[in-house]
Design a protein around this ligand. Sequence first.
Ligand SMILES: [Zn+2]
Length: 451
Amino acid sequence: MTTVPISLPETRRYVLANARVPAGLADGLPAGTQTDLEGSAKLDLLIEAGQVAAMFPAGSAPDEPPSVDLEGRQVWPCFVDMHTHLDKGHSIPRIHPDGTIHGGFSLTVQDWQHWSPDEMTLRMDFALLCAHVHGVSAIRTHLDSVTLPQAARGFAVFAERRAAWAERVDLQGVAITGIDTFLSPLGRDLADLAASHGGLLGGVTDTLERGENGTYETLDQALDRMFELAGERELDVDLHVDQTADLAAFTIPNIARARIRSGFKGKVVCGHCVNLSLQPPEVVESTLTLARDAGLSFVSMPTPMMYLMDRQKGRTPRWRGVTAAKEIMAAGLPLAIGGDNCRDAWFAYGDHDMLDTLKQAIRVFQTDEPLTGALEMATRAPADLIGRPDLGRIGAGLPASIVIFSARSVNALLCRDQSDRVVLKRGRQVTGTLPLHHELEQALGLAEHGA
Ligand SMILES: [Zn+2]
């Protein structure tokens, strides 16, 4: 047996001995498995041909394969980041975000002129390498689709990158546009385009012209059409919902009713939904009951929302800017978290590290009393929502795409940045290193930040 530092055997079949896997992140724990005080299962993992071939109570794996003693290190499945915008990311320092929703939108529109296929490829590859090295094994990205040429270009670059990164980071693409687009012929074109790329339909539900009573006159019609187009093509739906503190711009009930009305069979994910947490308790409760009846799922992006929401010049925010996460979880509704924007007009920071997103989520949601269900927000929950039940958990017969941390406890794991983590993709160690920001800036022909 070898000990620290971890040196993995080159063989096809080997044992990761004395691992600790949080029980919620493991499927099919073998009989006799012991757990520690935090609820982590003490396991030996037999790795074979890129999969976890079998799990054994710690100390009971077969003797004959080469073995590495993990000495009680935390071992998690690779992360899933189900809400990103890879077409926008890493446009800093070309863009100078002002921290507002309005600035995010208008500066992005100004930036579109730079989005050639080569330019987008450089930025997307930077993002994907960051995610890969941090232990993210699947990403869903929204792709700006305001016109058909823009959407076609974005999906073409996306398709190339998906092929280039296959087996390292699996990609899904969502056509994002104003929801009213589905009332125009472009709606059908986008549905066809998304279908041709194995993608999804998305949209923003809180940007329509609002009527006198503060509601959206054409929202229901647009949602009906979107569900019709998605249903015809068997596409899932992933929406940007209520990214505002405005209580009147509250569209979850419309989405739920439209889904029920349509009989749509696919998955429906509602992203953001931040003003849900500002609604009176009885509205939160009735909305979540309706959402459950409609089979809606939720994804929250805590990091950029803390950055964007309740921002006023010269005043410290009074509101945390995130959705009613505890109430969603208590209602038994699926809740995942996502990284969202990264170094672009909407959010100035980020490194595609879902561990960082998870740590921020746990702290801002206060979902640590106990942590039950919280670690799943970055692993099992998003994997299920993107239709990848083989990811986001550790179990026999599943890919050995896992992260080995130096921390022995979940508490220690959530305290340090774990930059020494060891990532395995299909049983083999990821040896790449994080790309350097100044090298991307040089490649993009941008003046360096530090120059
Ligand atoms: Zn988004």
